[in-house]
Design a protein around this ligand. Structure first.
Ligand SMILES: *Cc1c(COP(=O)(O)O)cnc(C)c1O
Length: 398
C-alpha cells in the first residue's frame, strides 16, 4: 500500500497490512505470521476464519442480506431470545456498534424515568477512566478530555465520580439522577477491575433510590472474562446492558438488552436503526452464540485465562524493570508498564505478537477465546523476548 492514504487520519496506525487469518494467527501479503492477541480489540472472539461462522455467513449471504426493521427478522428474534435466555434481560434492541448500544442504553434510562412520571431525572453517574464510545453522548459519558477537546459543549447529563468510590456515588445522586453507568472491568481505561462487592453496593443503592443500573459489557461480554457476561461474577444483575465487540465475531453488531421494566418507555417509534440486527449481522451473532454457548466452551476460556495469567505473573517477576503488574479476568488481561506502553506494543509486534495499548500505560492481551495453551505459551515466549529487548534501556532510565 502507498505510504499516504485517502483515509481520514484519525487513527495512529501500525504499518501492517493483513491478507489472511486462521484462528489466532494473521498473515501479511509477504507471508509474515503474527499471533493475534488483540483480536481486533476483543472482537474476533472465535478467531479468524472459524468454519462455523464462515458457513453461517455464506448461507445467509446466499439467502438474503437486509430487509430493514420495517419487517420481522427471524434471525434477529432468535438472537434476542437467546440473549434473553442467557441473561437477566427480557428484551433486546440491536444496533451496529458499541457506541450505538450505549446510546440506546442512555436513552432508555432517560425514557424509563420519564415514563415513570419523572422526566426531570435524566442524568447518569459515570466513572473516571470509563470508555463508552465516540458519539457525542458517549464521549460525554466517558469524560476523557482528549476525546471531548474541540467538539463543542459536552452533551449534558453525565456526572463523573472517581473510580470505585461509593461515597462519591452517594453524594452525586440528586433529584435529576436517572441511573448509574459502569463497565464491570474498564477495558480502554487499562483493564481496571471493579471489585464485585462495589457492583453489589451500586445495585443496592440503585434499588434504594429508584435508579437504573446500566452495565457497559461491550468489551467484557460474550465470554471474554470466562462467564458469558462479566456481571455473573458479582452475583447480581444490572437493569440494562450494552453489548457489541465479540457479539458478531467480527461482523458489526451491537445490542442493548434490558428488563421489561427498564424498557417500559421504549415503545414503537421511540428508537430505531436502519441496519441494526439485519439478517447478515444476526446470522453472524447467532453463529457466535452457537459456539460460545456450547457446554464446556466457557470452562475453556476460564482455564486458558488462568494458565495465561499465571505465565504472565512469572514474566512480570522476571521483567520487573519493564512490567509493574498483571491484571484482568479470563482472557481480558493486561499488564502495566514502566516504559511507554507503545514501546512494548511495538517490541511485541517485532516478535510477531499483536497486542493492544490501553489507559494507565497498560498493554492489553485479548486473544481469541478459542486460543490453545500452546499458542498462549508461544505468545509468552515472544512477549518475554520483547520485554528483554526493552529491559536494558528501562534499567538505565530508573
Ligand atoms: C469498544 C467499546 C465501546 C465502543 O464500541 P464501538 O463499537 O467502538 O462504538 C464502548 N464501551 C466499551 C466498554 C468498549 O470497550
Amino acid at each position: 500500500m502507498p505510504p499516504m492514504s485517502a483515509v481520514m487520519p484519525t487513527y495512529a496506525r501500525t504499518d501492517l497490512v493483513f491478507e489472511r487469518g486462521e484462528g489466532a494467527w494473521l498473515f501479511t501479503a509477504s507471508g509474515e505470521k503474527f499471533l493475534d492477541f488483540g483480536a481486533g480489540i476483543a472482537v474476533t472472539a472465535l478467531g479468524h476464519g472459524h468454519p462455523h461462522l464462515v458457513e453461517a455467513l455464506k448461507q445467509q449471504a446466499d439467502a438474503l442480506w437486509h430487509t430493514s426493521n420495517l419487517y420481522r427478522i427471524a434471525g434477529q428474534e432468535r438472537l434476542a431470545e437467546r440473549l434473553v435466555g442467557a441473561s437477566f434481560a427480557d428484551c433486546a434492541f440491536f444496533a451496529n456498534s458499541g457506541a450505538e448500544a450505549l446510546e440506546c442504553a442512555i436513552k432508555m434510562a432517560r425514557k424509563y424515568q420519564s415514563a415513570c412520571g419523572a422526566p426531570e431525572r435524566y442524568r447518569l453517574i459515570t466513572f473516571e477512566g470509563a470508555f463508552h464510545g465516540r458519539t457525542l453522548a458517549t464521549i460525554s459519558a466517558g469524560g476523557n478530555e482528549k476525546h471531548l477537546e474541540g467538539f463543542g459543549p459536552p452533551v449534558d447529563g453525565f456526572d463523573q465520580v472517581p473510580f470505585g468510590d461509593i461515597d462519591a456515588v452517594k453524594k452525586a445522586i440528586g433529584e435529576e439522577t436517572a441511573g448509574i453507568l459502569i463497565e464491570p472491568i474498564q477495558g480502554e481505561g487499562g483493564i481496571r477491575t471493579v471489585p464485585w462487592r462495589f457492583l453489589r453496593e451500586l445495585r443496592a443503592l440503585a434499588d434504594e433510590k429508584g435508579l437504573l443500573l446500566l452495565f457497559d459489557e461491550v468489551q467484557t461480554g460474550i465470554g471474554r472474562t470466562g462467564k458469558l457476561f462479566a456481571y455473573e461474577w458479582s452475583g447480581m444483575a444490572p437493569d440494562i446492558m450494552a453489548l457489541a465487540k465479540g457479539l458478531g465475531g467480527g461482523f458489526p453488531i451491537g445490542a442493548c438488552v434490558a428488563t421489561s421494566q427498564a424498557a417500559k418507555g421504549m415503545t414503537a417509534g421511540t428508537h430505531g436503526s436502519t441496519f441494526g440486527g439485519n439478517l447478515l449481522a444476526a446470522a453472524a451473532a447467532n453463529a457466535v452464540l452457537d459456539v460460545v454457548l456450547e457446554p464446556g466452551f466457557l470452562d475453556h476460556v476460564q482455564a486458558a485465562g488462568l494458565h495465561f495469567k499465571q505465565k504472565l505473573a512469572a514474566i512480570c517477576d522476571e521483567n520487573f524493570d519493564v512490567v509493574e503488574d498483571v491484571r484482568g479476568e479470563g482472557l481480558l488481561l493486561g499488564f502495566k508498564c514502566r516504559v511507554p506502553n507503545a514501546d512494548v506494543v511495538a517490541a511485541a509486534a517485532r516478535q510477531g505478537l499483536l497486542t493492544v495499548p490501553a489507559g494507565e500505560n497498560v498493554v492489553r492481551l485479548l486473544p481469541p477465546l478459542i486460543v490453545s495453551d500452546a499458542e498462549i505459551d508461544e505468545a509468552c515466549g515472544r512477549l518475554s523476548r520483547a520485554l528483554a529487548e526493552l529491559a536494558p534501556a528501562a534499567r538505565a532510565a530508573r
